[in-house]
Design a protein around this ligand. Sequence first.
Ligand SMILES: CC(C)(COP(=O)(O)OP(=O)(O)OC[C@H]1O[C@@H](n2cnc3c(N)ncnc32)[C@H](O)[C@@H]1OP(=O)(O)O)[C@@H](O)C(=O)NCCC(=O)NCCS
Length: 182
Amino acid sequence: MIGLRRVAPDEFTLRLDSVLDVYTAAMNPPSDQLSGRKAIMRNHAAHPGFTCLFAETSDGTPVGVAYGFHGDPGQWWHDVVRRAIAEKNGEGSARGWLGDALELAEIHVHPDYQGKGVGRAMITGMCTGRLERTAVLSTRDQPTAARHLYRSIGFVDLLTQFIFPGGYERYAILGVVLPLSE
Ligand SMILES: CC(C)(COP(=O)(O)OP(=O)(O)OC[C@H]1O[C@@H](n2cnc3c(N)ncnc32)[C@H](O)[C@@H]1OP(=O)(O)O)[C@@H](O)C(=O)NCCC(=O)NCCS
């Protein structure tokens, strides 16, 4: 039995090792990237409107983690994506999608628990009750479970085949108007 629990920034920061365990199991990243990822996550916990859900087994072990925050100018992802959308689709589109947005930064489910509705429940749970106009995120631009799941929730493509500065993998930037439709 998996339950969802909202986790405050302080607890999220204290339990970053557990968060990284889920992230590592789900994403299988190169090990030399983990300390940098941990620092980025710690920094994210201080962003305004931070919200986090843990999906936990009955003994309290996290098997899923999702978090996001209110996007603001000065945040790296926000500034890069806003500029790119403005260049491709115009300033009005950039303002419309990113001017008042919940930015979903990370959503991961341990492989042993994937395909059971945990990811869907975490995304809808994070969006529920938010006052922002939109929710936005980036994900690898490939036919993944994540891409399928976001589309089925109502996310649309804002940018495709997008390469972040300093990166090489291609991402899709997605957005949905809040509140989510039933
Ligand atoms: C993306 C992720 C969070 C989804 O979590 P989850 O608990 O497995 O998601 P759910 O069970 O709620 O839904 C998965 C959906 O994807 C579908 N799916 C599973 N594998 C798929 C695949 N290879 N291709 C397309 N769709 C797939 C499932 O059928 C389900 O869709 P449905 O509800 O229409 O049947 C999880 O797969 C994961 O952690 N992946 C690795 C990390 C990652 O990519 N995170 C997102 C980064 S942006």
